[in-house]
Design a protein around this ligand. Structure first.
Ligand SMILES: [Zn+2]
Length: 392
């Protein structure tokens, strides 16, 4: 952040100078143009056989000199600007690390299979964002098959979301109704929230739409009474305040514009869960995690290089330090072996001993002698072959 601020200060300096020079230049140029224009007019007005007097020649010479001087001054100003601009470049070089190659592993993206996978993820990201034309162009150029891009669910979801953003509930209600059972199975209140917004839209318009609002409530709310009885009671309360308007009632929180932001969120989450898609684009999750991890990785890399232990970085499928991406970046449980104090991995999975204690496979191998193993915790004697692989 500090690096960004430093660069921004340099950019501000350039902009300030730019503004000053631009103001000054246009003022000076305007003066000169006016002056020349007047001289030209005088020359034009003079009779055709008029000869210039020495005084007039002097004025013309002065004008020519003034133009030459001004152009020179402006060129100098312009040259000085260059040094200020180049300072920005230097500030960027000084404050940002240009070479991130040291923190990445080349083999991760090499090979046609991996490139294809990468293209697929990028393509999916564009479909998610509703940038269909870019996604299709990429799919075409990268030779992705239609199903690899996963276009279908996103184009439908994006259409519905676009409608929600302009407060059109129709397509979302239709979708929620069509998927009612699956939504209820995952305990979603999406459909109720959509109907609630629709109802609030009717009562907001005042007494003129009272009958319509009552009819809407009668048609749609009974099915939600079990789960949302309190909310429905409160929605019915709004009918009392129709004459004076909901805005001046204790129910004015129902007009909160944030409810529209919330509904887009609820829709995205519930629809993604239902379709088995992650809520966030995998590409943005990766990039955000990478940006969070980068400073720590660059630091540790430097330390490792100083101590000449670079080798241990590339050898393993894991990072040399633990990086906390926050609660949002945690997707599954991890198991750290209580004996070796290492996070378990595919090559060193957790195993459950006969007594119920869980340690890592490496620890098991280290602790067992022949076909005997004493649990380090209880300590029950057992055969290491009886230990079972545990899946989280
Ligand atoms: Zn045990």
């Amino acid at each position: 952040m500090e690096a960004c601020n430093t660069v921004e200060r340099e950019v501000d300096k350039v902009l300030l100078k730019f503004g000053a020079i631009s103001d000054h230049a246009s003022r000076v140029l305007l003066d000169i143009i006016n002056h020349i224009f007047n001289l030209k007019k005088e020359l034009e007005d003079a009779p055709t056989d008029h000869e210039l007097t020495p005084g007039q020649i002097h004025i013309l010479k002065q004008a020519i000199n003034k133009v030459r001087e001004t152009v020179q001054l402006l060129a100098t100003d312009h040259r000085e600007l260059h040094s200020t601009v180049s300072k920005v470049g230097k500030a960027i070089d000084r404050n940002f690390v240009a070479d991130f190659a040291s923190t990445s592993r080349e083999d991760v993206f090499s090979g046609p299979e991996k490139v294809q996978l990468l293209n697929q993820v990028i393509c999916q990201h564009f479909y998610r964002q509703g940038m269909l034309d870019i996604a299709e162009e990429l799919a075409k150029e990268a030779g992705l098959k239609a199903e690899e891009g996963n276009k279908e669910p996103f184009s439908e979801l994006n259409k519905i979301l676009d409608c929600l953003k302009v407060q059109d509930l129709g397509p979302a209600l239709e979708w929620a109704c069509a998927h009612r059972e699956s939504l209820l199975a995952q305990n979603s209140s999406l459909e109720f929230k959509l109907h609630r917004l629709q109802f609030v839209g009717l009562v907001r318009d005042g007494p003129s739409r009272q009958a319509e609002a009552v009819q809407y409530a009668r048609t749609h709310f009974p099915q939600f009474v079990q789960r949302h009885d309190k909310e429905i009671q409160s929605l019915m309360g709004t009918l009392l305040y129709l004459p004076q308007g909901i805005k001046q009632s204790p129910y004015n929180h129902l007009l909160d514009p944030n409810l529209w932001v919330e509904i887009c969120d609820v829709f995205t989450r519930d629809a993604c869960t239902l379709l088995g898609l992650s809520v966030d684009s995998p590409l943005s999750v990766c990039i955000n995690s990478g940006c969070t991890a980068l400073p720590a990785l660059l630091n540790i890399k430097q330390v490792m290089q100083q101590r000449q232990v670079t080798g241990i970085w590339n050898g393993k499928d894991e990072l040399p330090i633990e990086i906390d991406l926050g609660a949002e970046g945690r997707y599954h449980s991890v198991f750290a072996c209580p004996i070796l104090r290492q996070q378990c991995s595919e090559s060193n999975p957790p195993v459950r001993l006969v007594c119920g204690h869980v340690i890592s496979r490496d620890a098991l191998n280290k602790l067992s002698s022949g076909n005997k193993l004493k649990c380090p915790y209880c300590p029950v004697e057992q055969n290491p072959a009886d230990a079972r692989h545990v899946y989280f």
